[in-house]
Ligand binder design. Structure first.
Ligand code: GLV
Length: 323
C-alpha cells in the first residue's frame, strides 16, 4: 500500500508526477495559505506532509496526526516547526537548503541597490511624468561600491551575499554570527564583528538570520539607534526578527536613511501598514527565492526528502536539531 501524503501548496506538474509514483497524495492547489482547520482535518490519516514555513507544526497538529512521520518544508526556514514537540513524537523535519542560496543573495543585492540608488522611487517619478527638467541633488542616491556591508547571520546565504559584496562591489564586509566562521573569513576576506560594532560601522545592514526564540525581534529601537543616520537596513530573513514598530519609527524620524524589506511581521503585509506610505522603504512580497528554476528545485527537493524519509532512509536535508 502506498503511503498517504498531504501537500499544503501548489507544486509543479513534474513534482506531482514524481510524488505520485511513491505516495497517494492530496493537495491544496492554491496560492492562498492552507486554512488551519483544513490542515487539521487533512493530517488525520497521513504519513507525510509537504509543507510551507507558514504551516505551524505544533503539539495540537501532531496530536491530530497519529501516523505522521515526516514534515518536509518547501523552504529553507523552519520556524514553523515546534522542534521539541516533533522530537517527542519522533516526527522528522526537513528543509530545502543550498538550491536557493544564490537566488536569495541576488535579491538581497537587488534590495541594496534599489534602496541606495532609489530605483523604485525614481521609476515612479519617471512613470508619473515628473521628469520635466534636469535632475538635481534631491534625486541623488548613495554609492554601494567601496562602502561597508554588515551581515547579521553568516549561513550559506550570508556567504553568497558576502561574495557578491567583496568581488563585485569592493565592499568591506563585517559579519556577526552565533559562531565564528574562520574559514569563510579567510576565503572571502571578511571580518567578524560584535553586533553593536557592526551596527555602528555598517553603511548597509543585512539581516539574514533564521527566526528562533533567540533572534525574535533582535533588531529593535536600541539596535536601530546604534546605526548611522545614513545607513540602510535590509531584511530578507523573517519579519519577526525585527520590531516592525521600532523600524517604522526609525524610518519616519529619519534615524536611518532607508530600508528594503522582503519579509514582515504579518504576511501578506497589512494593506493599511504605514510602511506603505514611506518613500524611503522598498517592499517586496517575500519573494527572495522566487525564480522559476529555484522554486522548481525547492519543490523537487522537498518531495525527494519526503519520499526518502517515508521509505525509511535518512533524507539529506534533515534539520540539524532533529538529527
Ligand atoms: C523562504 O523564506 C524560505 O525559508 O525558503
Amino acid at each position: 500500500m502506498k503511503t498517504k501524503v498531504f501537500v499544503a501548496k501548489s507544486i509543479p506538474l513534474e513534482v506531482k508526477e514524481y510524488l505520485g509514483q511513491y505516495c497517494d497524495y492530496r493537495i491544496w492547489d492554491s496560492e492562498e495559505a492552507v486554512p488551519r482547520e483544513l490542515l487539521m482535518e487533512e493530517v488525520r490519516d497521513i504519513d507525510g506532509l509537504l509543507a510551507t514555513s507558514s504551516d505551524k507544526i505544533d503539539e495540537e497538529l501532531l496530536r491530530k496526526a497519529p501516523r505522521l512521520k515526516v514534515v518536509s518544508n518547501i523552504a529553507v526556514g523552519y520556524n514553523n516547526f515546534n522542534l521539541e514537540a516533533m522530537k517527542a513524537r519522533k516526527v522528522i523535519g526537513t528543509n530545502t537548503p543550498f538550491v536557493l542560496d544564490e537566488t536569495v543573495a541576488d535579491l538581497v543585492f537587488g534590495l541594496i541597490l534599489s534602496s541606495a540608488r532609489r530605483i523604485c522611487e525614481l521609476d515612479r517619478y519617471v512613470k508619473e511624468g515628473k521628469w520635466l527638467k534636469r535632475i538635481d541633488e534631491s534625486l541623488f542616491g548613495l554609492d554601494v561600491h567601496h562602502t561597508t556591508l554588515g551581515i547579521i547571520g553568516m549561513g550559506r546565504i550570508g556567504e553568497k551575499i558576502a561574495q557578491r559584496a567583496k568581488l563585485g562591489f569592493s565592499m568591506d564586509v563585517l559579519y556577526y554570527n552565533r559562531t565564528r566562521k574562520s574559514e569563510v573569513e579567510n576565503s572571502l576576506g571578511i571580518e567578524y564583528s560584535e553586533m553593536d560594532e557592526l551596527l555602528k560601522k555598517a553603511d548597509f545592514v543585512v539581516l539574514m538570520t533564521p527566526l528562533t526564540p533567540q533572534t525574535k525581534k533582535m533588531i529593535g529601537e536600541r539596535e536601530l539607534n546604534l546605526m548611522k543616520r545614513t545607513a540602510i537596513f535590509i531584511n530578507a530573513s523573517r519579519g519577526e526578527t525585527v520590531d516592525e514598530g521600532a523600524l517604522l519609527q526609525a524610518l519616519q524620524e529619519k534615524k536611518i536613511l532607508a530600508a528594503a524589506l522582503d519579509v514582515y511581521e504579518q504576511e501578506p503585509v497589512d494593506t493599511q501598514s504605514p510602511l506603505l506610505q514611506l518613500s524611503n522603504v522598498v517592499m517586496m512580497p517575500h519573494i527572495g527565492s522566487a525564480t522559476a528554476k529555484t522554486r522548481f528545485d525547492m519543490a523537487m527537493r522537498g518531495a525527494r526528502n519526503l519520499v526518502l524519509a517515508l521509505s525509511g532512509e535518512v533524507p539529506p536535508n534533515l534539520v540539524e536539531e532533529l538529527k
